[in-house]
Design a binder for this molecule. Structure first.
Ligand code: UDP
Length: 254
């Protein structure tokens, strides 16, 4: 049985635990309300956009498991989490994907004057993603875009660059678990109130990787779309689909 505990965010969403990883039962609207509360606090907060691959990685990577546990908000990004939570008897109400959260945060930032920094992805992609967000949200203040690298030897330089830009919201696109571990290590030195790990979101926003068609997303078939488009991800998809399913079935029986 999955257990439900209170999250540290006000207004506190319920948390659903799947294979030891606590995920906040938030809708997109609620995630936005939380984000605004976090931004107003001016203290550092981390958001992780969790999918089944995160949960499986957390089983074998204690540092990543600890980072997810310490994050202020873990949104249910992957459809598989909704199926698992329902099976375990503690349903999650909705998905909050990294793409949707990034778009909504950009909209909020344009309305409230928050400053954005986009870190990660291949050179030039963050700039293209920022341009797409600015087209959709005129007046959006993007104070930095940089591909950089998640390698520890680059951290001092990146910290300096990001601190100097003084963003309110930092999106980090180095893929999991690197982006989330990067935020956990570096955010205490950045004075950035909100940092969000967003995986391949810049690639989507820049139009370099298409989103799965709506009907596939509705039926939880994004993994199949990704497998066909990016066959090199097969190892990750085995983790996210059959291994995750088996592990959840085992948790349900325990
Ligand atoms: N990436 C990067 N530097 C690295 C490794 C990855 O900038 O050293 C970027 C990559 O270009 C892509 C994103 O991180 O934009 C990873 O996307 P993916 O869809 O694999 O994210 P995940 O599913 O792991 O969250």
């Amino acid at each position: 049985m999955a257990d439900v505990i209170a999250s540290p965010v006000a207004p506190a969403p319920q948390r659903v635990t799947i294979l030891g990883v606590a995920i906040d039962d938030v809708t997109e609207d609620e995630a936005l309300v939380c984000a605004e509360t976090l931004l107003r606090s001016r203290r550092p907060h981390q958001i992780c956009t969790v999918n089944p691959e995160f949960v499986m990685e957390a089983q074998r990577n204690p540092a990543f498991a600890a980072t997810l546990a310490a994050a202020t908000l873990c949104t249910p990004d992957g459809y598989g989490l909704l199926l698992a939570a329902r099976f375990l008897g503690t349903p999650l109400r909705d998905r909050v994907t990294g793409v949707a959260l990034t778009r909504r945060l950009a909209h909020l930032a344009a309305a409230r004057g928050y400053r954005l920094f986009l870190l990660g992805a291949a050179p030039g992609v963050a700039e293209m993603a920022a341009a797409a967000l600015q087209t959709a949200n005129p007046g959006l203040n993007v104070v930095g875009c940089f591909a950089g690298s998640p390698a520890p030897r680059h951290e001092a330089f990146l910290r300096q660059m990001i601190s100097a830009a003084r963003p309110d919201i930092l999106f980090v696109a180095y893929g999991h678990p690197r982006q989330d571990l990067w935020i956990a290590r570096n955010q205490p030195h950045l004075r950035v109130p909100l940092a969000v790990g967003v995986g391949g979101v810049f690639d989507y926003l820049a139009g370099r990787v298409p989103l799965a068609p709506a009907w596939m997303r509705r039926h939880g078939l994004e993994w199949l779309y990704r497998l066909v488009r990016q066959p090199r991800r097969w190892r990750r998809i085995i983790d996210a689909v059959p291994r995750f399913t088996l592990a959840v079935l085992r948790q349900g029986r325990a």
